[in-house]
Design a protein around this ligand. Structure first.
Ligand code: SF4
Length: 470
């Protein structure tokens, strides 16, 4: 069963109580350490991040120009470009292509945007077999789940879980080592690559000046998905375009380091047009689908626009204290973690995902590691503000109790004697309520605070009185 954004709070509670999941999520800190080491080896790591941000800022500010240039370049190379306003339009284009070319089997590479448009479900409904070929994606597809991490879709599963899954779904038993599981999956997938009529991929980057679609990976499955089937369909959000081929020198350096701490990913495929007459492999047809699906709403908002700079490296997920406790499924969205919390509300509507912008301590760790320096905390605050405004436009205003409480608060804060009294009296009587020197269960409305953490005991003496004694 897919969890939804609307049940985020309950999903999070369940995730925190899920001991095996908590154990699995501990591996995330390893990604962050490897990232830090990979950047420390670069003498110009920070300058590269500045350059990456500047290129993205230029690309996003001039999307109209670069997307048209990309379209012209792809057509010049023999490819076809399709524009999709929303998920339904993108699904229709792919289904029509499959039907027109008698495709009955599709191999897919890991692509969040195809998750976003729910392509697998649409293909299956149309009677077309869709097989995920990234190992992690293959595992979650077998389990009928969604990916729980941008880069490591099956990070929530242990090797024992995967062994049981392979026994149950593939009839392959007694697999113990991860290598054995990889070999078993590879055998299944090889047949699919050879028989598929269409390969569907995302795009890490699309170069406007050359029409090159760039795909980075570590398993080689993308290379097979783009060269063995006779049709290659690449689906990209409008934000994936970059101006020049030379820009890749910057992005390829920061992407792999941010994602997995590698200097380079194992494979980088540059798809520039269809198979030439003197080439022995490659697709005979190439289709590029450029998807909006709410992205122009983000583009139109100056403060949220930088969300479109995202490279989907996953570094902000790995470092986020919230993601580290609840994992990806709790977000109920294809995009989880800090980046998911800022792009899901504008894509889906804030009313459906109102809790996501609040799922942050605003510690700023995500901004610190982001290769394009997206100011995620700032966008989170903007979304919180929008939600409060939206909510208050429907509210009748604060109730009697809230108004009374606010008046008392204002009175206390503006009269020193009342302020002193408000803290000293409870400090005097707090003794019986303390446990190990802390409150672990505050009464009345204050109880919300101690549901998940303790509250420190109130100081017996004020700061001013201690200061006087110095
Ligand atoms: S927001 Fe930054 S850190 Fe997070 S996935 Fe996107 S590029 Fe990576």
């Amino acid at each position: 069963m897919h969890l939804t954004t609307e049940t985020f709070v309950q999903n999070s509670d369940d995730a925190i109580g899920n001991a095996p999941l908590q154990k699995r999520l501990r591996v995330l800190s390893g990604f962050t350490q490897r990232r830090a080491f990979a950047f420390s080896e670069l003498h110009d790591g920070e300058a590269l991040r500045d350059r990456a941000r500047a290129i993205k800022a230029d690309a996003i500010a001039h999307l109209d120009r670069y997307l048209i240039q990309l379209e012209e370049s792809v057509i010049r190379l023999g490819g076809t470009v399709h524009w999709a306003r929303d998920a339904e339009a993108a699904r229709e284009i792919i289904l029509e292509l499959a039907k027109a070319n008698n495709v009955t089997s599709v191999v897919k590479s890991k692509s969040m945007v195809t998750e976003e448009i729910e392509l697998n479900e649409a293909l299956e409904e149309a009677g077309i077999e869709a097989v995920e070929t990234d190992l992690g994606e293959y595992i979650v597809q077998l389990a009928h789940e969604r990916p729980s991490h941008i880069l490591a879709p099956a990070i929530h599963k242990s090797k024992e879980d995967i062994s049981d899954l392979f026994a149950d779904k593939l009839g392959i038993r007694d697999l113990v080592l991860p290598e054995e599981m990889a070999v078993a999956a590879r055998k299944q997938l090889r047949e699919k690559f050879c028989s598929a009529g269409m390969g569907v991929t995302g795009a890490n980057f699309a170069v406007a000046e050359t029409g090159t679609i760039v795909l980075v990976e570590n398993e080689g499955n993308i290379r097979l998905s783009t060269t063995l089937p006779r049709i290659h369909v690449a689906l990209m959000g409008i934000e994936k375009v970059i101006p020049k081929f030379d820009d890749l020198a910057v992005f390829l350096k920061v992407l792999a380091r941010s994602a997995t701490g590698q200097k380079m990913s194992s494979y980088a495929s540059f798809i520039t047009g269809t198979r030439r007459s003197d080439e022995t492999d490659g697709a005979q047809q190439f289709h590029l689908i450029i998807l909006d699906n709410g992205r122009t709403r983000i583009l139109a908002d100056e403060e949220k626009r930088e969300s479109l700079y995202c490279l989907r490296c996953g570094a902000c997920l790995n470092v986020c204290p919230v993601y580290q406790k609840i994992g990806g499924h709790a977000y109920g969205s294809v995009y989880s973690g800090p980046i998911g919390a800022i792009i899901t509300p504008p894509l889906m509507g804030i009313d459906k995902s109102k809790d996501l912008p609040f799922a942050s301590s605003l510690c700023g760790a995500c901004r610190e590691v982001c290769p394009v320096r997206i100011d995620i905390p700032h966008v989170l605050l903007k979304l919180r503000e929008e939600w409060v405004e939206e909510k208050s436009s429907h509210d009748k205003g604060p109730g009697l109790l809230e108004r009374l409480a606010m008046r008392m608060w204002a009175f206390t804060m503006s009269h020193r004697w009342a302020y002193n009294l408000a803290f000293r009296v409870p400090a005097f009587f707090q003794g019986p309520m303390l446990k190990d020197g802390k409150f672990d269960d505050l009464p009345f409305v204050f109880g919300g605070w101690t549901e998940n953490r303790d509250f420190p005991a109130l100081a017996k003496r004020s700061f001013r009185s201690m200061w006087r004694d110095i």
